[in-house]
Design a binder for this molecule. Structure first.
Ligand code: SAM
Ligand code: SF4
Ligand code: F3S
Length: 464
């Protein structure tokens, strides 16, 4: 059955629902999402569609009639995990041919992956291309009509609006503002698997945030691969700082966070908006990737260490306590010891509150995959160890600045290690632990900070 001849989504939902209703018990779906928060947001839409079609959701692979893996391609180990998981499910699928096995997300858009899936995992029933969440009902419709392999690996430029969404939390919500990426950092697969940048209409974003706030959501995370590019493809001159200021006008008790923000496009207007908008969290994630200008150039990042530090200075002069976090890649092709030392120096200068660091992973199809690389894996791991120990030391020192202060915290869950304690995040994104009742989860509380530790601070509840 040709994809083009399939009925529209709403009709497919109706027909799949009628088909499933004939079963003696409600079929259950197991969904596992790998990768970044944008993929998690897609996962919430996939769960919404599955439920609209009549599936119940389960956390147990054994109980599921449909298994869906929403994949990530950013590093090789992310892909290895998916292939490993698909291998481990083979026996179950062979014993139970009625089980529907689906793969979607960023991995599916790569030709090499498609070939490997066809050759080594022919028991996968449905492969749904990247950005194509709203096509899931059509793929299930095709499967229901006997199509043994319902595969569509094209990278869709769809902007999924009005898709039923099953949110994981009742107080924290992710709201994508744009999809895709035009930056083509030389190490990164995302522009190839997610396609070109496209912004959602501001009215749709603002309406979604307003509805979330009215429904009691306390933290809204605006998402895009580079939110600073927001609006460049829209006709009305809208940009990200303006969008932030418009959202900030929505009344209510809530925080706005966003990620990611490419340093080349992080303007004074953006930083002024963060500082001036009451609902904006006092935290900026500004991924630097390397502290060496030579490496930044080979990464095609289009900023220098000096221009990056200028932006850090701008925000710290206005708000010395502002929290900054970053992403760093260790072992980019032919990164020299001097390049790595420059990264350590940058980390010492900026003194980040937190860092996500990754050993460079070669991605076929990217420019960096063709660059010569004489650095051994052992050397890369050793550098990673040095970077992590420097960051740990800085974070412990940084955390001391909170002791004696009262932080506004969104209570987020019970401590796994210490019974009776809750954990939450402050506006600065600091992890905070305090004694409290589980009924406080999802609420803002004030916590007086009494001690700082590695990776978190702790204290006691303080009245309003
Ligand atoms: N768009 C975001 C930005 O530019 O900051 C990043 C999105 S990417 C999903 C998250 C992080 O993964 C990047 O900031 C980078 O540090 C890391 N990353 C991407 N490609 C990588 C690769 N090939 N090897 C190692 N880390 C990689
Ligand atoms: Fe990848 Fe660079 Fe785009 Fe981020 S900005 S998604 S690192 S290409
Ligand atoms: Fe992975 Fe795709 Fe996100 S490659 S990091 S899931 S955009």
């Amino acid at each position: 059955m040709e994809h083009q001849t399939l009925p529209e989504t709403a009709e497919c939902i109706r027909q799949v629902r009628a088909w499933l209703a004939e079963r003696p018990a409600q079929p259950l779906a197991y969904l596992h999402t790998f990768g970044c928060q944008l993929n998690v947001a897609d996962g919430e839409k996939l769960a919404g569609l599955l439920q609209a079609m009549g599936f119940g959701m389960t956390d147990s692979v054994e109980d599921a009639s449909l298994i869906l893996y929403n994949t990530c391609a950013v590093r090789e180990n992310a892909e290895d995990r998916v292939f490993g998981t698909l291998g481990s499910i083979k026996k179950r699928k062979m014993e139970n041919p009625g089980l529907i096995l689906c793969v979607t997300g960023c991995m599916t858009a790569q030709q090499t992956v498609a070939e490997k899936l066809r050759a080594s995992y022919p028991y996968v029933d449905i492969v749904l291309g990247s950005n194509a969440v709203s096509a899931l009902p059509q793929m299930l419709y095709a499967h229901m009509h006997g199509q043994r392999h319902a595969w569509d690996i094209s990278v869709s430029s769809d902007i999924p609006e009005n898709v039923p969404t099953q949110r994981d939390s009742t107080y924290k919500a992710a709201v994508p503002v744009m999809y895709g990426c035009n930056n083509f950092c030389t190490y990164c697969i995302v522009p190839y698997v997610r396609g070109r940048e496209r912004s959602r209409q501001p009215a749709a974003i603002i309406a979604e945030v307003r509805s979330l706030v009215e429904n009691g959501y306390k933290e809204i995370m605006l998402l895009g691969q580079n939110v600073n590019s927001y609006g460049k493809d829209l006709a009305d001159g809208m940009d990200f700082p303006t969008l932030l200021r418009e959202i900030d006008k929505i009344e209510g008790e809530y925080w706005i966070r966003f990620m990611s923000s490419h340093p080349k496009d992080a303007t004074p207007e953006l930083m002024d908006a963060i500082l001036e908008c009451d609902h904006l969290a006092k935290h900026l994630h500004l991924p630097v990737q390397s502290g060496s200008n030579a490496i930044l150039q080979r990464m095609n990042r289009r900023y220098t260490v000096e221009s990056y530090l200028e932006k850090v200075r701008y925000i710290r002069e206005k708000a010395p306590d502002f929290s900054l976090t970053t992403d760093l890649i260790v072992g980019f092709p032919d990164e020299s010891e001097a390049d790595f030392q420059a990264t350590l120096e940058l980390v010492r200068t900026v003194r980040y509150d937190n860092m996500y660091s990754f050993i460079y992973s070669k991605r076929t199809g990217t420019k960096a995959a063709l660059m010569p690389d004489a650095i051994s894996e052992q050397e890369k791991s050793e550098r990673m160890g040095r970077l992590l120990s420097l960051q740990r030391k800085i974070a412990v020192e940084n955390n001391k600045r909170f002791v004696g202060r009262v932080l506004r915290v969104l209570a987020d869950g019970e401590s796994k290690k210490r019974p009776g304690m809750l954990t939450g995040r402050s506006s600065e994104n600091m992890l905070v632990e305090f004694p409290g009742e589980p009924s406080l989860i999802g609420q803002f509380v004030n916590v007086e900070i009494l001690a700082s530790h590695s990776g978190m601070v702790s204290g006691t509840l303080k009245g309003e």
